[in-house]
Design a protein around this ligand. Structure first.
Ligand SMILES: Nc1ncnc2c1ncn2[C@@H]1O[C@H](COP(=O)(O)OP(=O)(O)OP(=O)(O)O)[C@@H](O)[C@H]1O
Length: 340
């Protein structure tokens, strides 16, 4: 549905150049909620702006719904943009105009009739649950209500794709959650594909099914949210995942372990689904006779499953611990020895 293939973009200026995107390839399927996460300056905004050609790539191709965006004429591009709604962090609304007027704007630009505009605006205001504010001025609304207007405006032209540029970054946690649930409902009930950029992993955890992690203009990791959260490969991804799933052993626990004179090893285990983890630990104990101490555990829900990080101390002979390791590998649980 949206495919970026080997896209690169360099900004040049007085002080040299910046490679904002380096050989970026991303594939968003129909009905995905695809999150792009990264620290400031990673290239997220540049990437999302490529999809409706607010930015021109230096090289690579960008396909939206089978059409090559980079090869479009101005007229074709205008038509294509109607199919791609955009939601902004700072809302980008006309503050002194009414909610109705703001949402009507893209339809007016399309030359729709007054009756058609009124019908569609009422329809989308109902979707974002803001019908009672139809005639209020935007300046009188709260941040969350403003973002609902922004989403209604983006949906007015009945797009198949919604691009969200840090859509919840200016909102408090409760309002963020309400807006995220609204986006999820729009995705599920209307089948709208959502591509969003964020620096908050919580946003990805709450609503995305796929994620790409960006760093220094490159996509360093991408996949299903469960794959990436369950087994983050790069240091940057691990840092982001850690903001949602704590994978550190509490210091006080570590101190106790350090002073334990017995032969032992500590492992960080990552698993998808709790059942597998629980079964493994009891099996380990039964078959190897190891003493197993859980030093910490974090379990977080992702989509319809859970991802867990467990720290376990295996106490016993080296031979028994080696056999324990084999059981862990056989259970397809990702393990990493924690050294101190
Ligand atoms: N128009 C521009 N001219 C020059 N450099 C730019 C321009 N736009 C972006 N950049 C640079 O390109 C890099 C990527 O910027 P981009 O805005 O895409 O990152 P980002 O991940 O969206 O960051 P943030 O979360 O802070 O918005 C940065 O180093 C930025 O300074």
């Amino acid at each position: 549905m949206i495919t970026l293939e080997s896209v690169s973009k360099r900004y040049s200026g007085k002080f040299g150049h910046i490679d904002a995107l380096i050989d970026v390839s991303v594939r968003v399927e129909r009905s995905d909620i695809f999150g792009i996460v990264g620290f400031s300056g990673a290239g997220k905004s540049t990437l999302i702006r490529m999809v409706n050609r607010l930015e021109e790539p230096d090289s690579g191709t960008i396909m939206v719904d089978g059409d090559d965006v980079t090869a479009m004429t101005k007229k074709q591009l205008l038509t294509s943009r109607r199919n791609v709604g955009m939601v902004f962090q700072q809302f980008n609304l006309l503050e002194t105009k009414t909610v109705f007027r703001n949402v009507a704007m893209p339809l007016m630009l399309q030359g729709k009739s007054r009756a058609e505009i009124a019908r569609r605006v009422d329809e989308v205001l109902d979707i974002v649950e803001l019908s009672d504010k139809r005639d209020a001025r935007v300046s009188q609304l709260s941040g969350g209500q403003k973002q609902r207007v922004g989403i209604a405006r983006a949906l007015a032209t009945e797009p198949d794709i919604l691009l969200c540029d840090e859509a919840t970054s200016a909102l408090d946690p409760k309002t963020t959650e309400a807006i995220l649930q609204l986006l999820k409902r729009i995705n599920k009930t209307m089948g709208v594909t959502i591509l969003l950029i964020t620096h908050q992993m919580q946003v990805v955890q709450r609503i995305c099914n796929k994620v790409a992690v960006m760093e220094g203009g490159r996509v360093v990791e991408q996949g299903s949210v469960i794959e990436v959260f369950g087994n983050p490969q790069t240091a940057t991804t691990q840092e982001f995942v850690r903001t949602v799933i704590n994978d550190q052993i509490p210091e006080a626990v570590m101190d106790l372990v350090k002073n334990d004179p017995r032969n032992a090893r500590i492992y960080r285990l990552r698993s998808v689904g709790v059942a597998s983890q629980n079964a493994l630990l009891s099996k380990l104990n039964q078959t190897t006779g190891l003493e197993i101490n859980i030093l910490g555990a974090t379990i977080e829900q992702l989509e319809d499953t859970v991802v867990g990080v467990f720290h376990v101390q295996l106490v016993g002979s080296d031979d028994a611990i080696d056999r324990g390791e084999q059981h862990i590998d056989a259970a397809r649980i990702t393990k990493e020895q924690v050294r101190f």
